[in-house]
Structure formats: structure tokens, C-alpha cells
Design a binder for this molecule. Structure first.
Ligand SMILES: C[S@@+](CC[C@H](N)C(=O)[O-])C[C@H]1O[C@@H](n2cnc3c(N)ncnc32)[C@H](O)[C@@H]1O
Length: 308
């Protein structure tokens, strides 16, 4: 509790009066005067305002509810009706040359993005009005391809609202660096990274449609998780699940509790060993997980049955 109070005191736009939290007057606190009028002049979400998304949401057909489906997600997504999914959380193959069962992870970058964007087009279509897509991305720094920026630009061009970015601090090096680039010389030093990104996009509206009685995030979780740097260790049990690139359950738990309601329908089109779907089940959300590999789908099913 002491820590929370200390943290709140350090946030400038809050005040504490008799131990209770209250807002400090916005205009007094901020140096910018007439902030609202000035914001209006800049026209908020200017790139997203002229979208032509349909506002009518639909129920997901039964055959997709609480299912793991094997196949190329592009083909499977094409059959899913418009505006049926509340939230997509996914980590696509990063084009690192990883050894996935049943799919190549090494393409020319143009081909990689072409296919990925065809899949994301379908993802946007199946998302409900006010639905969210959250993509976990780790750029391949050694190729100097800023995938997180390229993917974000794609969603912005498609008129989704960029909600923000979470920095997932894994506290371990993403690659086994054996070299420093130009050792002790400014000519070409290598930069090292211990984190990945979560890019968050919204379809049509900042506010998600949902029933208040279906909120399950606690006060302390909310306060901690809106700080957009998340310290979460990487998945340590990848050998057990037989998958080379999983994210940990803790990451999916935070995403689902912070950005979705209970009973929402959650999709992961690159479901791998099924981390998103097992967390969705544990948190009383409905789920659909798709992966191209039969083997990974079987693992995801086993996790759902509690056999792994
Ligand atoms: C980074 S992994 C996802 C891991 C997952 N987040 C987890 O925790 O297990 C990407 C997955 O995408 C799958 N994949 C690759 N191309 C695909 C496609 N066209 N359709 C569906 N799945 C695909 C791979 O088999 C791999 O399991």
C-alpha cells in the first residue's frame, strides 16, 4: 500500500487529500492552456476519422466458438463473417528463419509483408466495431527492418486508431550476440535489445463496447498495468511444449484483462502452442485459435484439456 501511495504521489496529475486520491485541476496542472480547444483544432484521430467500417456487430457462428483450427489462417479467416471478434492477440512469425513445424520462416521481406498484410486485412474485417488488435512484434534488428513501424504504418493506413505501444521488457537478450560490430569504434557498433513491442490498434472507437458486470481486472492490476513498460520473463517451458517462439501466459493475461471483457471472443490467428487460447479459457473468455501446424494445434488442445 505504501508503495502504491508513493507511486500515486509521484504522478503529477493526481493529488492526495486525507489519504484519498483526487485529480489536480487539469488547467492548473498543465502548462498548456485551453488544451481541449487546441486539441480540437488538431482534429483527433485525423487519419482514422474517415474510415468506412460497418458499425453493426454480429455473433460468431457456433462452429468457431472455443475451437482450435488447423490450416493457413488466411483461408480460415476468409470464411469468418464480418464484425464477429472482440479482440485479436497474436505474435506472427517474425521471418527469423525459425524451425517451425509445417511452415517456412524465411522469405524475402516484400513477400513476408505481402502475405502478412493479406492476413491482417482479414483480421480487420472480422474485428467488431470497437474491437482491438494487439500484435506482439520483435524486429529482426540484424536485417535493419523495423517491422514494428512497418506493421504500425499498415494499420494506420487502414484507418485503425493507434492506441499505443507496450514495451515488453524480457530482461534477456533477444539474440545470442557473439560480436559487438565494430568493437570500440563508432564505425558500426551493434545495438542490443532485451525487449519486444506490443502494438495496439482499435477499430472505429476508443471505447470498447462491453458489459460492466463482465470486468475482471482489479484496482492494483489496473494501476500497475497501465504503465506501458511490462517486466515479464520470457516463456521458460518452450521445450516442454515443443514450440520455439512462445510468449508467456502472464503476457496474455495482462492483455486480455486490460483490453477485453469476460465472455468476449478472442482470436489468435498464429496460435502456436496455444498460449492465447489457454489464457482466454482460464479467464472465461471465448476463443478461436488457428495455426498452420497440426502438431502445434494438438499441443494447444492438450493444454486446454489440462493434459500439458
Ligand atoms: C510466433 S509463433 C506463435 C506462438 C504463440 N504465441 C505461442 O505462445 O505459442 C507463430 C506461429 O505462426 C504459425 N504460422 C505461420 N504461418 C501461418 C499461417 N499462414 N497460418 C497460421 N499459422 C501460421 C507457426 O506455425 C507458429 O506456430
Amino acid at each position: 500500500m505504501q508503495n502504491i501511495i508513493k507511486k500515486i504521489k509521484s504522478i503529477k496529475s493526481y493529488g492526495l487529500k486525507n489519504g484519498k486520491r483526487n485529480f489536480v485541476d487539469y488547467n492548473k496542472e498543465r502548462k498548456v492552456k485551453e488544451r481541449k480547444n487546441k486539441t480540437k483544432k488538431r482534429v483527433q484521430y485525423y487519419y482514422a476519422i474517415d474510415n468506412d467500417f460497418i458499425k453493426k456487430n454480429n455473433e460468431i457462428p457456433n462452429k468457431y466458438e472455443n475451437k482450435i483450427m488447423q490450416g493457413d489462417c488466411l483461408n480460415i479467416l476468409k470464411d469468418i463473417p464480418d464484425n464477429t471478434i472482440d479482440l485479436i492477440f497474436t505474435s506472427p512469425p517474425y521471418n527469423f528463419g525459425l524451425d517451425y513445424k509445417n511452415s517456412q520462416d524465411e522469405h524475402y521481406w516484400d513477400d513476408y509483408f505481402k502475405k502478412l498484410f493479406e492476413i491482417f486485412n482479414e483480421c480487420i474485417r472480422v474485428l467488431k466495431w470497437s474491437g482491438r488488435i494487439i500484435v506482439n512484434i520483435q524486429p529482426l534488428f540484424s536485417d535493419y527492418i523495423p517491422s514494428h513501424h512497418i506493421i504500425s504504418k499498415y494499420f494506420i493506413d487502414k484507418k485503425l486508431i493507434w492506441k499505443g505501444e507496450i514495451l515488453w521488457e524480457k530482461n534477456n537478450y533477444n539474440c545470442k550476440y557473439t560480436a559487438w560490430g565494430s568493437w570500440k569504434s563508432p564505425s558500426s557498433p551493434y545495438l542490443k535489445y532485451t525487449w519486444e513491442f506490443l502494438e495496439i490498434f482499435l477499430k472505429g472507437d476508443l471505447k470498447k463496447i462491453g458489459d460492466k458486470t463482465n470486468i475482471d481486472i482489479t484496482d492494483s492490476e489496473f494501476k500497475e498495468w497501465v504503465n506501458a513498460k511490462w517486466n515479464i520473463a520470457p516463456e521458460r517451458d518452450m521445450n516442454k511444449f515443443g514450440h520455439p517462439a512462445m510468449f508467456p501466459e502472464k503476457l496474455a493475461e495482462r492483455v486480455l484483462k486490460l483490453f477485453s471483457f469476460k465472455n468476449d471472443i478472442i482470436l489468435d490467428p498464429f496460435n502456436g502452442a496455444g498460449t492465447t487460447t489457454i489464457v482466454a479459457k482460464k479467464l472465461n473468455r471465448r476463443y478461436l485459435g488457428i495455426d498452420i501446424s497440426q502438431e502445434y494445434c494438438k499441443i494447444a488442445e492438450k493444454r486446454l484439456k489440462g493434459e500439458l
